[in-house]
Design a protein around this ligand. Structure first.
Ligand SMILES: NC(=O)c1ccc[n+]([C@@H]2O[C@H](COP(=O)([O-])OP(=O)(O)OC[C@H]3O[C@@H](n4cnc5c(N)ncnc54)[C@H](O)[C@@H]3O)[C@@H](O)[C@H]2O)c1
Length: 401
């Protein structure tokens, strides 16, 4: 990345060596950079380096990487005692716990210890990059680099710009981050610091509509999941997927987006999910969520009614799991693009890579027809008034296509 006469600029630091930091460190080290791991918990950074050495040796034994690659990557992993002992870095990636106060304090310290040219990136899933950046004197160097879990396997990285940035073409930190992510084999997309960024924002109705349909008695959870798998091509249905993610984790993301949008009814969490969480029905990890699981993680009570799914799909939109879900996904994506938060291509790429959707929502919108989607939303708004189903004004504007 850096000119070859400035080798010190190629160092990468990862602060916070939990689930995400460890995976990000692997990606950076495999990208050929000396990586420095820092964690405030005693022994955590050493443990992360040891875990990564085991992982890399296992990959070499399986023939996924060469032994030489494993050795070089392991040699690239260093443990730093604290922020003050880090070398000057090209990029520092923060992956500490999701707390604005902690992150602001950390970025302030990083700004003191690192050269002004060092890019300071946060892997936050939900906090505002503009707010994190306001903690330091040179806010333009602060960006969001939102990796997906697990970072070595997930290609998508959302690069987030805050109010401190011009567009990505003219901001050096954003351009450098884009080039670096491509060098690391990632597919970057760009987004403003809008609540939920692209993926966690656009995906909200995928879960919310399914929960509402089960709660309204349209069909049982397994049948709704089947309809979305069979008739829309989703790899997993929304209900089984939230059991996998964890109902508590999914509810926390949804609640964060809802709160950050001023409790916009479009993102209102459901009582259905709140009750699951209150009852400790968190999903696979607790043995019971929407479905009940055996020791191996197999759902014991997911018995879809295929005839019912077939009957619902193509019927009235308020009871059609596919039309209702897709209309909401398209609306959300169109709105995001129309507000200038991300490009249509980036939204489609993000949803396909970040959530494994078989198509991007804008692709779906073109296929279904934006006028059809607008009419479906108008019907949903008539059946369920209150603002959740209001159509984006941009749905009818050709510019969003
Ligand atoms: N887990 C996910 O699926 C996921 C996905 C994308 C983004 N994220 C985001 O990534 C970040 C980290 O998430 P995680 O799941 O890896 O968390 P985690 O709890 O597994 O790890 C956090 C680590 O940070 C360390 N830490 C805390 N404060 C610190 C400080 N001030 N300095 C140095 N180290 C510190 C902790 O000791 C811990 O090892 C969060 O902002 C989260 O929102 C998580």
């Amino acid at each position: 990345m850096a000119p070859s006469d400035e080798p010190e600029l190629e160092h990468i630091a990862v602060v916070g060596t939990g689930a995400m930091g460890t995976g990000i460190a692997q990606v950076a080290a495999q990208g050929g950079h000396p990586v420095h791991l820092v964690d405030t918990m005693p022994g955590a950074a050493e443990a992360a380096r040891d875990r990564l050495a085991t992982t890399l040796n296992r990959l070499a034994n399986k023939g996924k990487i060469t032994l030489a690659e494993a050795d070089t990557t392991i040699a690239n992993l260093n443990v730093a005692d604290d922020l003050a002992s880090l070398p000057p870095c090209l990029l520092v990636i923060e992956a500490i716990r999701e707390d604005l106060g902690d992150k602001c304090q950390l970025f302030g310290e990083l700004a003191d210890h690192q050269p002004r040219t060092t890019i300071l990136a946060s892997n936050t899933s939900s906090l505002d990059i503009t707010e994190i950046a306001s903690a330091i004197p040179d806010p333009e160097r602060v960006i969001g680099l939102h990796f997906f879990n697990p970072p070595p396997l997930m290609r998508l990285v959302e690069i987030i710009r805050g109010d401190q940035h011009d567009d990505e073409a003219s901001s050096a930190p954003l351009r450098t981050a884009d080039a670096l992510m491509r060098e690391w084999g990632k597919t970057p997309v760009h987004c403003t610091s809008t609540p939920g960024f692209i993926v966690n924002r656009v995906a909200r109705p995928f879960y919310g509509e399914a929960q509402r349909m089960v709660a309204n008695g349209v069909a049982d959870a397994a049948t709704i999941d089947l309809a979305l798998r069979e008739y829309a091509g989703f790899r997993m249905g929304p209900l089984e997927l939230t059991d996998l993610i964890g109902q508590d984790v999914n509810l926390a993301v949804g609640t964060s987006v809802w709160e950050q949008t001023g409790r916009d009814p479009r993102y209102a969490p459901t009582d259905f999910q709140r009750e699951l969480v209150a009852e400790g029905r968190l999903g696979r990890k607790s043995g019971r969520g929407i479905f009940t699981y055996d020791e191996s993680g197999r759902a014991l009570d997911a018995s879809p009614d295929a005839a019912r799914a077939q009957e619902l799909v193509g019927g009235p939109v308020d009871t059609d799991p596919v039309a209702r879900t897709l209309a909401m996904l398209v609306n959300e994506a169109v709105d995001l693009v129309a507000r200038g938060e991300a490009t249509a291509d980036d939204v489609d790429t993000a949803m396909k890579l970040g959530t494994n959707y078989p198509k991007g929502p804008l692709e779906w919108g073109r296929e279904i027809g934006y006028d059809v989607v607008a009419a479906q939303l108008a019907e949903l708004d008539r059946v369920f008034p209150g603002g959740r189903y209001r159509a984006s004004a941009a749905l009818t504007e050709a510019t969003t296509a």
